[in-house]
Design a protein around this ligand. Structure first.
Ligand code: SF4
Length: 104
């Protein structure tokens, strides 16, 4: 049996990422919260917000939450399926969008 092990940061490929939602475009369908409930949640106003490890919604415009590497696949799926095209994932270090409508 082959055991694959990876030390965080050993490859240098996985940069630190953060995510934010443009609520002006959010349709409130809740797809993101289904894919990654640890990061996205609908508030009582019917719009999705990001949340951090403290489980508190971050509601100021453009507020970001970190994307844990174990949740990256789910967050990227949310970006791709989001009908409002309003989920943005960017590198924390320089703010460059890596997944979302503004990416490359
Ligand atoms: S998937 Fe997009 S449009 Fe739907 S609730 Fe989440 S942020 Fe809003």
């Amino acid at each position: 049996m082959t055991v694959h092990s990876e030390t965080a940061g050993s490859t240098g490929i996985q940069a630190e990422l953060e995510v934010w939602i443009d609520q002006d475009l959010c349709t409130g369908d809740g797809i993101c919260a289904q894919y990654a409930p640890e990061v996205f949640e609908l508030d009582i106003d019917g719009l999705a917000y990001v949340k951090g490890p403290d489980d508190e919604l971050r509601q100021s415009p453009g507020a970001t939450a970190p994307v844990p590497s174990v949740l990256l696949t789910d967050v990227v799926a949310s970006v791709r399926e989001c009908p409002g095209e309003c989920i943005h994932v960017r590198r924390t270090a320089d703010g460059a969008e890596v997944y979302g409508p503004g990416a490359g």
